[in-house]
Design a protein around this ligand. Structure first.
Ligand code: AVI
Length: 355
């Protein structure tokens, strides 16, 4: 099999990792740097679950929705007729890719949460077909997704160099400085799965890592009729419900939790006040969640709802000024005819100092 050569860099400090990343970019060959040997390990999952169940109100970390089964279910969600974000963003990207390339000129493409890299295909085509060679850095915690994406990109795009980063966002973002001139890419409105405070921290780390003049392409889902939003998270085929339930199935598989999955109901409601979808798992019977690796267990009451994910929706007149406070200027706003989704091409301005 034609795998990307994996270089284990898990023992390197950030400075050494930065120079390894820089030399991989310069080497002009395909490679995959593994910055953490135990991304998403069972102990991380156990500790995070215990923390979430001990909190009041209870809240689980949505990053653990994406194990092998969860990622496959999410891919299925993106194809459901009610789930408009993926196909809407894809149509915007198809139209905008060439213009984005002309606006940015040659840049290293750094994609956070690249997954199967299918959404980025339009950009890769535009940058790859421009005559100049280009470099694509997919970043994901799934090694298999990075290998599969690397294979398909190399077979479809001759003049694109692939340097994958098998790492979390926190590990990858500090490396961005050495890739300038660059464009960071964060699609799918994944930023909506962060709380406002977490998103602020994320924008700040991006602003600190990118160099003045670098670009940031951000895809966000916009506030719209509540019925359209709620339908997207309550698809008729029940795939999103299965996606929610898989988090508890994963606890059974990895943490020895013995949860009765039939009693777990998926509830997705939109809060207009908070401008977000809130997905809860409702336990229809009382139960107990064991976390065997930590020798802990938590009682769950009948009718109790546990928050598993939020998906914030955005208004441009709120988001753009917020991004400006982090030093990002708006270069171009791309949207669809119904204005359901938007792609913001941002540019990092003059250096800013955060107090
Ligand atoms: C990954 N993320 C942007 C999706 C969303 O729409 O918030 C996750 C998702 N959860 C349920 N359906 C989709």
């Amino acid at each position: 099999m034609d795998h990307l050569a994996v270089k284990n860099c898990s023992s390197l400090k950030t400075e050494e990792l930065r120079s390894r990343f820089q030399s991989s970019l310069a080497a002009n060959c395909h490679t995959l740097l593994q910055t953490h040997a135990e991304v998403d390990s069972i102990m991380d999952f156990a500790r995070s679950t215990a923390r979430g169940l001990a909190a009041s109100p209870r809240r689980l970390d949505c990053q653990f929705l994406y194990d092998h089964q969860g990622s496959a279910l999410y891919e299925q969600i993106t194809r459901q007729p009610e789930y408009y974000p993926t196909r809407t963003e894809d149509a915007i990207l198809a139209e905008a890719a060439e213009e984005i390339r002309q606006l940015t000129g040659p840049v290293t493409l750094l994609e956070l949460g690249s997954g199967s890299s299918t959404k980025t295909a339009h950009l890769l085509r535009a940058y790859g077909d421009s005559g100049a060679s280009a470099c694509y850095v997919p970043i994901d915690v799934s090694l298999s997704a990075l290998q599969a994406a690397g294979r398909s990109i190399r077979s479809g795009h001759d003049n694109i160099q692939v340097v994958g980063l098998h790492s979390t966002y926190d590990q990858a973002i500090p490396l961005f400085a050495v890739a300038s001139p660059a464009m960071a890419i964060f699609l799918g409105s994944t930023v909506g799965n962060l709380t406002a405070v977490e998103a602020g921290r994320f924008y700040r780390s991006m602003a600190e890592a990118l160099q003045p003049g670098d670009y940031f392409l951000l895809g966000v889902d916009l506030v719209k009729d509540i019925r359209i939003i709620e339908a997207a998270y309550n698809d008729g085929a029940g795939v999103t419900a299965e996606f929610t339930r898989n988090l508890f199935a994963r606890m059974n598989r990895e943490l020895g939790s013995a949860i009765e999955l039939d009693s777990v109901e998926h509830l997705a409601r939109y809060s207009e006040a908070r401008q977000q979808i809130e997905i809860h798992a409702r336990f229809n019977h009382p139960g107990r969640i064991e976390i065997a690796p930590l020798r802990k267990s938590f009682e769950v009451g009948a009718g109790e709802e546990i928050l598993v994910e939020i998906s914030r929706k955005f208004k441009l007149d709120q988001l753009i000024p917020e991004l400006e406070t982090y030093g990002f200027g708006i270069k171009r706003v791309f949207t669809d005819p119904k204005q359901w989704f938007t792609l913001l091409l941002l540019q990092r301005g003059r250096p800013i100092t955060f107090s």
